[in-house]
Design a protein around this ligand. Structure first.
Ligand code: PLP
Length: 438
């Protein structure tokens, strides 16, 4: 439709002229137009449709434009669009109750934020005040957000140009495919990563360490599902030295791994949990910190020196309430688990067997990564010469992929149907075959 194509052109032209993009050299941005969406599909103004295997930034767990969530935002907008954080508001209280309803009993309150970075920022603040200590230990292979302490807790390259916050220490977490520990089994990787973590804490001085902050399943770093026992081992180390354990569930939480929280699958209960993204699928920005009873007690008499104008914003809270309710009523988390076990796991494993570019497949639920290598023996990562054409080959086939470094992250909404999951993997297989060296 020519009218639609003109709107796409206008969107691209306005973007190029006036929008400053995240994590980009501005001259190199090549915008992809999204005009609308429904469930696991998005489209541009011209009507080209794409199966969304990215969930945007891994946040539309409930899919695009879920009618119940859209209607809840509409109803809240008609009633009250904004309110000060110090007020009592029904939407906020109900949202807190809804989120806590899926958390272990020790969590009693929620501090709401605007997103994931400020959730981690405030969790770190709570841990420091609670312990009277300063240092935060996190993984090199991690992403925790782009604000002061969150970006320095981040382990990947984005930390380095932003190192203005003090007291951050990094360790290597388990990643058997590229082991830092010469491990050959998940058990060895787990034991050696735990020994390394504990040795670093001992060398830093355990009485100076406030928190261990980890993604339950490191996401952007490559969907690095921890080996059995790792998170429980971290919990034991935290307990041994009186350190607060913060688990970042911003990407992994709310169904992504096939459970409400990813740590549910790892026999561990942290002291603080940070969340955002899937809590309301990003329909209105929201995040937060789940606070355990012990840490709450610290702030009974003592002022918590942190806050946000939009903490518990009513539109975001209405979206949380409706989103959690829809996920409960429609078995969205169960669907994510079944898609992982019945469709994505087997289909991606079969793809890897047939396609030599794939060095490893790993994941759970609707949270998977394919690691692409030039050579399976040396495990040398493929470069931009493969990933650029791969992206184009996916888009040409109507598949919106999530690519990071040498990896394809297979991260559709938790509501993806078995047929859509199969179709997406088939399109990905075709695209990989097109770019694979002859
Ligand atoms: N933590 C994790 C694990 C994330 O994946 C992200 C974003 O991708 C963040 C924190 C930061 O969240 P936000 O971009 O909402 O600040």
């Amino acid at each position: 439709a020519p009218a639609g194509a003109a709107l796409d052109d206008e969107a691209v032209a306005l973007d190029r002229a006036h929008v400053f993009h995240s994590w980009s050299a501005q001259g190199a941005v090549a915008p992809f137009v999204v005009a609308g969406g429904s469930g696991s599909t998005v489209w541009d103004h011209a009507g080209r449709r794409y199966l969304d295997f990215s969930s945007q930034l891994v946040n539309t767990n409930i899919g695009h434009q879920h009618p119940r969530v859209v209607e809840a935002i509409r109803a809240q907008a008609a009633e009250l669009t904004t309110v000060a954080p110090a007020t009592a508001n029904l939407a906020r209280g109900r949202a807190a109750r809804a989120v806590l309803g899926h958390a272990p009993d020790r969590f009693a309150k929620v501090f709401f934020t605007n997103g994931g970075a400020d959730a981690n920022e405030n969790a770190i603040r709570m841990a420091r005040l609670h312990t009277g200590r300063d240092k935060v230990v996190s993984h090199y292979r991690s992403y925790h957000g782009n604000t002061g302490a969150a970006v320095v807790a981040t382990g990947d390259w984005r930390r380095v140009p932003n190192e203005y916050a003090r007291g951050h220490v990094h360790v290597f977490g388990p990643y058997l495919y590229r082991s830092e520990f010469w491990a050959t089994t998940p058990q060895e990787e787990c034991e050696r990563a735990l020994t390394h973590l504990e040795r670093v804490i001992q060398c830093e001085g355990p009485s100076s360490v406030a928190a261990i902050l980890l993604e339950s399943v490191p996401g952007t770093a490559g969907v690095l599902v921890p080996p059995p026992g790792y998170l429980a081992g971290v919990r034991a180390i935290a307990d041994r030295y009186g350190i607060v354990l913060i688990l970042d569930e911003v990407m992994a939480g709310f169904g992504r791994t096939g459970s409400w929280f990813a740590f549910d699958q790892h026999d561990v209960v942290p002291d603080l949990v940070t969340f955002a993204k899937g809590v309301n699928s990003g329909y209105v920005p929201a995040g937060g910190v789940l606070v355990s009873e012990e840490i709450l007690a610290t702030f009974d008499e003592r002022v918590f020196p942190g806050g946000l104008t939009y903490s518990g914003h009513p539109l975001a809270m209405a979206a949380v309430v409706a989103s959690v309710a829809a996920m409960e009523d429609e078995g969205v988390v169960e669907n994510a688990a079944a898609i992982g076990t019945d469709v994505l796991g087997p289909a991606l494993t079969a793809l890897a067997e047939a396609q030599p570019l794939v060095g490893e497949v790993r994941g759970t639920g609707v949270f998977w990564a394919l690691e692409l290598v030039a050579d399976r023996g040396t495990r040398t990562p493929v470069g931009a010469d493969v990933m650029g054409p791969l992206k184009a080959a996916c888009l040409r086939r109507g598949l919106l992929p999530f690519l990071a470094e040498n990896r394809v992250h297979v991260v559709p909404p938790c509501v993806v149907t078995p047929a859509q999951a199969e179709e997406g993997v088939a399109l990905l297989a075709e695209a990989l075959a097109e770019v694979a060296p002859a």
